[in-house]
Design a protein around this ligand. Structure first.
Ligand code: ADP
Ligand code: MG
Length: 731
């Protein structure tokens, strides 16, 4: 019997909201309490030491041993006051999430006896050698050097979780190749800083730095923990591999922005208070489109920090959800038939003087700078549209991308009507119209005044994967489970490379005697023409767009292992080498890891699916079938002739249907297992991933079709797998 399911449903029904006590202090009093921020540092470190850290962050100056020791001891004192007994280098391996190995502060002291003290040295702060042989490296460590080490990233502050001091670090091989997500991100951020600063200085010599900003919007599902535990597919793969659609799902759009369910509201409150303690400026919370789907967004921040905060939030969410009897689903597509989850990455660049480079200005001079950055961003996305797609693809995100859901598997840019008009005017203006100097030496650039209302532009296109939203671009294709770094590395590196090229082109024209403004304007005009194919304001879901995008030469690939190849195209490799973000070796190694991960994920799903249908669905269906057969026999014993036929027709039809679906499942599972065996024998990582995509994956939907039909036929009381309506509507 399906006691597990019904017990879980009963227990889930009985749960009420967990009381969340509002902290006695004001938010501002405990905000950032667990983070070693600059203001906290001031209480534990001398001014010289803080100055040295600042120099390390801003100018990449190395910290000497003495300073590192001072930082470590101040950091330790602070952490121990918060109850920390352990420390860890917190890093971001190429698999999802973060990794850590905890060590206690204790050390033996020299002398007689076994005296211990609590110690944390600069050496331990700065560098660690985790036993990292089990983290994927795409062969880098085995080819070059067996070991890898983690190194402190002073630009992201340390924090305390429970009893452990966490130190954000990069993870690299002894030969210097990055084995993680943070090292290349820092390189890309530095590249875009340099390139954008040089361009900004054509407009304003006060600019010393350009920062990349990220504001992520995290979508997620909450499912009651007891119900979650009854679904092996959710537990093992993060998504449901089976399950007939609920009669009601999101058709009525009654969930979006509706009242937040009580238990969920308590969870959100709790999560926010916890987030504030970690200095994460959580700002927005609301229901999403699908039932039991929600969203959370902070105030945007500097990209490196914002990425770390997102990773931290994802792990805090899991912990807090448990306190409220929920499991949080971060998978991009936990349920078929309703929306999946993404993580919109709002991205912009801004100067140290406080100017947003994607923010329209107040006069023509400022707007020339604005369109310069806007058009260069268009060019970067145009040149690297296959690569940008590769940066967000994964086995899990593939269910959203190109699967008739936001966004399509084609990267295009939405600009909106006003900006499109501005660019059109720039493109068609003759040079004379474009660059006029009037008597007062005021510029006339053929750029109509760009209205400031643009900032509040509600002219939104929800189908676009890369939309301009007034003062930033919103990269919407990023997966909910992903590390934002992947997208941010590619975007910032591509932008850096593009800006470098722009600067060279402009300088060449200036050297030939053109005025700066005219040179900029003319280069931008060529870019407007060149990048036109990536601009699209229409419906990104439509079939016409797919055909049109292919005609325009945009990348339309939908097979994940093939999409990943874009990282190793000549164009991508050149860009990565020029910006110093990745070497060819690193790209090749990382692609190996990506294909391997892809294969493993599909392999695990295939096994779980096989188990579910063979050990849950078919046994249940045959048990029900035999009940029907019993009934049939009894009818035949009681009645005869035509009457017996008449009365038994319904049961007989059901028996036939059940048998049909059961044999359908069996046949498909056999073929799937066979396809897996064949694929597993392939040595080449890419070819194996491709085989999983082409020969294993296609069986999933066919198996599911039969299983979901059986769910509709079989007696509800016998069905052991918790149903969609229960997973999605009990909260
Ligand atoms: P939406 O209307 O798309 O749901 P939200 O207001 O919920 O947008 O979230 C938008 C996100 O974009 C927030 O994290 C916000 O802080 C961030 N954001 C706003 N301006 C910028 C900017 N200039 N650069 C980067 N991120 C920004
Ligand atoms: Mg958004």
């Amino acid at each position: 019997m399906s006691t597990l399911r019904f017990n879980a449903v009963e227990s889930a029904f009985k749960k009420g909201p967990v009381e969340v006590e509002k902290p006695a202090e004001r938010i501002t009093d405990f905000y950032g309490k667990f983070v070693f921020t600059e203001s906290t540092m001031a209480r534990y470190l001398s001014r010289d030491v803080i100055e040295a850290i600042r120099a390390a962050v801003e100018r990449g100056v190395g910290l000497d041993r003495k300073i590192a020791d001072d930082v470590a001891s101040g950091m330790q004192r602070w952490a121990m006051e918060l109850g920390a007994t352990h420390y860890t280098h917190w890093f971001q391996p190429l698999t999802d999430g973060t990794a850590q190995k905890h060590d206690s502060f204790i050390e033996y002291v020299a002398g007689p006896g076994e005296q211990v003290i609590e110690k944390f040295s600069g050496k331990v702060l700065a560098q660690q050698e985790p036993d990292a042989s089990s983290f994927p490296s795409g062969g880098i460590r085995s080819t070059f050097e067996a070991r890898g080490y983690t190194a402190w990233d002073p630009s992201s502050p340390a924090f305390v979780v429970d009893d452990t001091l966490c130190i954000p670090t990069i993870f690299i091989s002894y030969t210097g190749e990055s084995l993680d997500m943070k090292a290349p991100l820092l390189k890309a951020l530095s590249a875009v800083d340099k390139a954008a600063t040089a361009v900004c200085r054509m407009f304003d010599t006060k600019v010393k730095h350009v920062y990349s900003y990220l504001g992520w919007e995290q979508e997620y599902f909450l499912v009651d923990e007891d119900l979650f535990a009854t679904r092996p597919d959710l537990v093992l793969t993060g998504r449901t591999l089976l399950g007939h659609e609920s009669a009601k799902n999101q058709q009525l759009d009654d969930h979006y922005f509706g009242a937040i369910p009580e238990r969920v509201a308590a969870f959100m409150r709790d999560l926010e208070f916890e987030g504030y303690k970690y200095g994460i400026p959580l700002k927005t919370r609301h229901n999403e489109v699908a039932p039991n789907q929600f969203e959370l967004a902070p105030i945007y921040g500097e990209t490196n920090l914002s990425v770390d905060q997102n990773l931290l939030v994802m792990s805090i969410m899991r912990r807090i959800a448990h306190r409220h009897g929920f499991s949080v689903l971060l998978h991009e597509k936990p349920f078929a038939g309703i929306n999946g989850s993404g993580k919109h990455n709002n991205w912009s660049l801004g100067t140290n003087t406080g100017v947003g480079l994607f923010t329209p200005g107040k006069n023509q001079q400022e707007n020339l700078q604005f369109v310069t950055f806007l058009i260069n961003a268009l060019m970067a996305v145009h040149r690297h549209n296959a690569l940008l797609k590769a940066s967000i693809i994964s086995a899990t995100n593939a269910h959203r991308l190109g699967a008739n859901e936001a966004p399509p598997a084609i990267i295009s840019v939405f600009l909106g009507k006003q900006l499109t008009e501005v660019l059109d005017r720039m493109e068609t203006a003759t040079s004379d119209q474009a660059i006029l100097m009037d008597s007062k030496k005021k510029l006339s650039l053929g750029i109509a005044q760009i209205p400031e209302v643009l900032i509040d532009n509600t002219d939104r296109n929800r189908t676009s994967p890369f939309a301009f939203t007034g003062n930033r671009f919103e990269f919407r294709a990023v997966g909910s489970m992903a590390n934002c770094s992947s997208a941010m590395i590619v975007l910032n590196a591509a932008m850096a490379d593009q800006l470098n090229e722009f600067k060279i082109n402009v300088d060449n024209r200036i050297n030939k005697g053109e005025s700066k403004e005219k040179a900029i304007f003319e280069v931008l005009r060529t870019y407007i023409k060149l990048s036109k194919s990536v601009r699209f304001d229409g419906n990104g879901y439509s079939d016409e767009w797919k055909a049109e995008a292919a005609r325009r030469g945009l990348d339309c690939e939908t097979c994940p292992p093939r999409m990943i190849k874009a990282y190793a195209s000549r164009q991508s490799l050149d860009m990565f080498c020029r910006t110093g973000v990745f070497s060819q070796t690193e790209i090749e190694a990382r692609n190996e890891v990506k294909w391997e991960l892809y294969t493993k994920k599909i392999q695990i799903e295939a096994r779980v699916l096989g188990d579910l249908v063979m050990n849950h669905v078919i046994p249940t269906a045959t048990r029900y079938e035999s009940l029907l057969l019993d009934n049939l026999c009894k009818i035949k014993q009681t009645f005869s002739g035509k009457q017996a036929d008449e009365l038994s027709r319904f049961d007989a039809t059901l028996v036939e249907e059940i048998s049909g679906h059961v044999s359908g499942i069996k046949a498909e599972v056999d073929q799937m297992v066979e396809a897996r065996k064949v694929a597993n024998r392939i040595d080449d990582t890419y070819e194996r991933a491709l085989a999983y995509f082409e020969t294993v994956l296609p069986h999933f939907d066919k198996i599911r079709y039969h299983a979901d039909k059986l769910e509709l036929i079989v007696d509800d009381e016998m069905w052991s797998l918790t149903k969609y309506r229960e997973l999605l509507f009990i909260r």
